[in-house]
Design a protein around this ligand. Structure first.
Ligand SMILES: [Zn+2]
Length: 257
């Protein structure tokens, strides 16, 4: 069986002599993907009351082709759907943030790239098996637009849901997902009982205004999203030599003082 090779597949990476077991690939700060994610992170930091942190690293999430194939098939189906053709849209996919619990120290430095097996580690679980609608609402009881997978272009909002389980964590992390947004239903008011979208729509966008302060995107199909990147970010307190030493050893990148 020949699968569609995707740049985020293990099989593609293996050809570039990247180990098949590795699920996170560090990106050079000068690479176009790093710049794209960093720009989205900075642009999406909308909470004025929260000081804007700095991006310290971006990892590409590598997945087996068997995991990516249903996503790529779904994306193709949406791309070919009548409602997208009517809209004249050429790109149905967006990169969006998702904040969740990291129980381990994944991404904390170049030696922490193996996924953990801790039950409470949602970051590793999502990188291993992607997002799962069934887990929606398991941590946060209120689901504004019903049972779905919640993503946002607002990095500072995703940051509200990001948490570290380890006291040794010096950074924070956010997942960045590839999301088939397609034709989006826009809503300004809550719809907590929603489980599916009207015919012809592929996602929901909650727009700021009445019930919502910051934009969020919801998809109701597990194959409409896959993890694509992990962003490592944080604040470097001035004159904190321990923090600076940790940063300078991260990817052996010298940090300007
Ligand atoms: Zn973990």
């Amino acid at each position: 069986m020949t699968l569609t090779v995707d740049e985020l597949s293990v099989e593609h990476s293996a050809r570039n002599s990247f180990g098949r077991w590795k699920r996170l690939m560090p990106l050079e700060a000068t690479s176009p993907s790093y710049s794209r994610v960093e720009k989205l992170f900075n642009k999406g930091w909308k909470h004025r009351e929260k000081a804007k942190p700095r991006v310290y690293a971006v990892f590409k999430v590598i997945s087996p082709e068997g995991t990516l194939k249903p996503y790529i098939d779904y994306r193709s189906m949406v791309q070919a759907s009548p409602s997208i053709k009517t809209l004249g849209k050429t790109d149905v996919e967006s990169l969006l943030f998702h904040g969740t619990k990291r129980a381990c120290l994944l991404g904390e430095n170049i030696n922490n790239l193996r996924l953990c097996a801790l039950k409470k580690c949602s970051v590793c679980s999502i990188i291993r098996s992607s997002f799962d609608i069934e887990k929606c609402g398991s941590k946060h009881k209120f689901t504004r637009f019903g049972k779905g997978i919640y993503m946002t272009s607002c990095s500072s909002k995703a940051d509200d849901y990001s948490s570290n389980g380890s006291g040794d964590a010096g950074f924070r992390v956010l997942l960045v997902g590839r999301v088939v947004v397609g034709k989006a239903l826009k809503r300004r008011t809550n719809a907590t009982d929603l489980t599916e979208l009207p015919c012809g729509y592929h996602s929901l966008i909650g727009e700021p205004g009445e019930d919502l302060k910051f934009q969020e995107h919801v998809v109701y199909n597990n194959d409409a999203v896959r993890p694509a990147y992990l962003v490592v970010y944080g604040h470097a307190p001035e004159n904190d030599s321990k923090f600076k030493a940790m940063i300078s050893t991260l990817f052996n990148t010298p940090i300007a003082s």
